[in-house]
Design a protein around this ligand. Sequence first.
Ligand code: AMP
Ligand code: ZN
Ligand code: FE
Ligand code: FE
Length: 283
Amino acid sequence: MPVEVDLHLHTTLSDGRLSPTELVRLVAKNGLKVVAITDHDITDGLEEAFEAAKAFPQLTIIPGVELSTDIPGNEVHMLGYYMDYKGARFQATLSRFREGRVGRAQEMVRKLAELGMPVEWERVVQIAGEGTIGRPHIAQALVEKGYFQYPQQAFERHLGRNGLAYAEREKMTPQEAVRLVREAGGVAAIAHPASLFGLVNVLAQLKQAGMQGMEVHYAEYDGPTRTRLAGAARRHGLLPCGGSDYHAFGTPGERLPGDLGPPMQTAVRLRELAKANALVRRP
Ligand code: AMP
Ligand code: ZN
Ligand code: FE
Ligand code: FE
């Protein structure tokens, strides 16, 4: 069966390397029918994506977002779909978290200099462009300087959560992220949950908070992992979502849009959930 749905994609508005227009052209070329654009802490790429998708009547774009949240010892990413993303409260919250990213990126650049890997802050800002600044932009600056061959390698010892140059920033709890998405009438789904410690407890708590989906058909996951996650999704009554998490990093082996994703039935169900949420929403 060809893959027709991809619910996890990034653009240049966060740390992806394709503009919304370029991404829309690629997903259309790869035969996808329903895709969600889920940039980190930003929805500013959506209008351009909707505009570009007018050239592809068979393609539907779902408004999405990916929110980074923290629980002790773990980073949890929460995906939001079909929110009323233009709402002032929703945008003010995203904007606050984007600002936190700037100070944290500066801190990481400072630590890198101390570690003997100086990069120019102006260059990092330039790479990040108009949207959300993130670790992949710092990684790219490090590659340009010749310290590493691929951005991925910069994460291993330096930019990863336990890395030498890692810096924290203010994050929501996953419950707060779920609430933010639900209050905007959207559907919240936990991203790439396979490696989470205490997954069953996390899922139970977040389901309680109003989460309705979890990633299962995630392109990096092998068959046994997807089977295990599908079982967890069934037991917790969560919609099994997923996609490629495509960034166009160009890393060898990077999964492409259309490599793996949930069936069309998931996209149908996601839309039904969003419609029901919007009806019961209490702003
Ligand atoms: P940030 O939002 O600044 O914390 O950066 C998170 C992003 O960095 C993720 O969405 C990935 O794109 C990328 N990333 C995180 N960990 C790694 C890793 N170990 N290798 C490569 N990329 C990573
Ligand atoms: Zn990313
Ligand atoms: Fe993520
Ligand atoms: Fe992602």
